[in-house]
Design a binder for this molecule. Structure first.
Ligand code: SF4
Length: 263
C-alpha cells in the first residue's frame, strides 16, 4: 500500500480545580476504567468569533480551489497497511509526523501486524519509539490495541467507528483518520491545524474539535467530502499556520472571514 499520512495533537490543561481541596473517593471504591484514555483527542482551546455565514457557492469555491491546487492530497504519516496506519496515528498525538516517521521506519519493518507487534513486546516497542512524546503510554497502548485486534477482530482493523474507538488509546480523531485513509470514508479528522482553519476562516467555528468536525460535515459538498480533511489540514500546516498565517499566498484569502488576515 502507498505511504500516506495525517497528524494529531492534544493539550492537557491545568484547571482552577487543581488548587481547590477536593473530597477524595477511596481508591478501592473508584470504578476501574476498562479503556485507556485517548491521548490524541484533539485541541480544545480556541475562541470562536462571529462570522458572516458562508454561502454554498463560496464553500464549493474554496474546495474547488483546493482540488485544483492538489487533486490527490495525501497525508504525511508513513504506513504499510491499515494496521500500521492505525499505529502511526496513535503515535502521532503530541508529536510531528516527521518525528513519528523517523521511529516507525525502523519499527514497522519488524512489526507490521498485530501478532508481530505483540511478539516484539512493550519494552522493545518503547525502544523504537522513545524519541516520540508520551512514548511509554503509547507503547503500552500499541501492545494493548494489538492484543485486542487479535482477540476480537481476527487481527484486522475494523471498519467500524465504535469498534475502533473501543481500542486502547484510540479516540474519535484516530478513528476518523483510519476510516478515511484506509477505508475511503468521508470522515473529517480534526487535528490542531484543521481546528485552527475551521475557526479562523469561519468555515466551521466551534469550541471543540467535535463541533468543528460536525460543522464541516454539514457544509462540505459531497464531491469534496473524501479529501476535505486532507486539504484543510495541509492548508493549516503550510499556509494558515498558527503564528503568522501566510495570507499573501493563500488561495482562499478573498473568501476567508478572519478579521486579522493580512491581505
Ligand atoms: S487568508 Fe490568512 S487567515 Fe485566512 S485562510 Fe488564508 S492564511 Fe488563513
Amino acid at each position: 500500500m502507498a505511504k500516506k499520512a495525517i497528524t494529531s495533537r492534544s493539550k492537557s490543561q491545568p484547571t482552577a480545580r487543581a488548587a481547590m481541596p477536593v473530597k477524595q473517593t477511596p481508591k478501592a471504591a473508584r470504578p476501574k476504567s476498562t479503556k485507556a484514555k485517548p491521548i490524541n483527542s484533539g485541541p480544545t482551546k480556541f475562541k470562536p468569533i462571529k462570522f458572516k455565514p458562508w454561502t454554498h457557492a463560496e464553500v464549493a469555491e474554496v474546495f474547488s480551489r483546493f482540488r485544483k491546487a492538489n487533486p490527490e492530497p495525501k497525508g504525511e504519516l508513513e504506513h504499510l497497511n491499515p494496521y500500521t496506519l492505525l499505529v502511526a496515528v496513535a503515535l502521532s498525538a503530541q508529536a510531528t509526523d516527521v518525528g513519528v516517521n523517523k521511529a516507525t521506519r525502523h519499527l514497522f519493518p519488524v512489526a507490521d501486524t498485530p501478532e508481530r507487534m505483540v511478539a516484539l513486546g512493550e519494552e522493545k516497542v518503547r525502544d523504537y519509539i522513545k524519541t516520540i512524546g508520551l512514548y511509554r503510554t503509547k507503547a503500552r497502548n500499541v501492545i494493548a490495541l494489538s492484543e485486542q485486534l487479535i482477540a476480537l477482530h481476527g487481527s484486522q482493523v475494523p471498519r467500524d467507528r465504535e469498534a475502533l474507538e473501543a481500542l486502547p488509546g484510540v479516540g474519535r480523531k484516530t478513528a476518523n483518520v483510519v476510516l478515511n485513509i484506509a477505508f475511503g470514508e468521508s470522515t473529517i479528522a480534526v487535528d490542531t491545524h484543521l481546528f485552527r482553519v475551521g475557526n479562523r476562516t469561519g468555515l466551521a467555528p466551534g469550541k471543540t474539535p467535535l463541533a468543528v468536525e460536525l460543522g464541516l460535515l454539514k457544509i462540505v459538498p459531497p464531491e469534496f467530502a473524501r479529501h476535505a480533511h486532507h486539504w484543510l489540514i495541509l492548508h493549516g500546516r503550510y499556509t494558515c499556520v498558527a503564528r503568522k498565517p501566510r495570507c499573501e499566498v493563500c488561495i482562499i484569502n478573498d473568501l476567508c472571514r478572519w478579521p486579522e488576515k493580512t491581505v
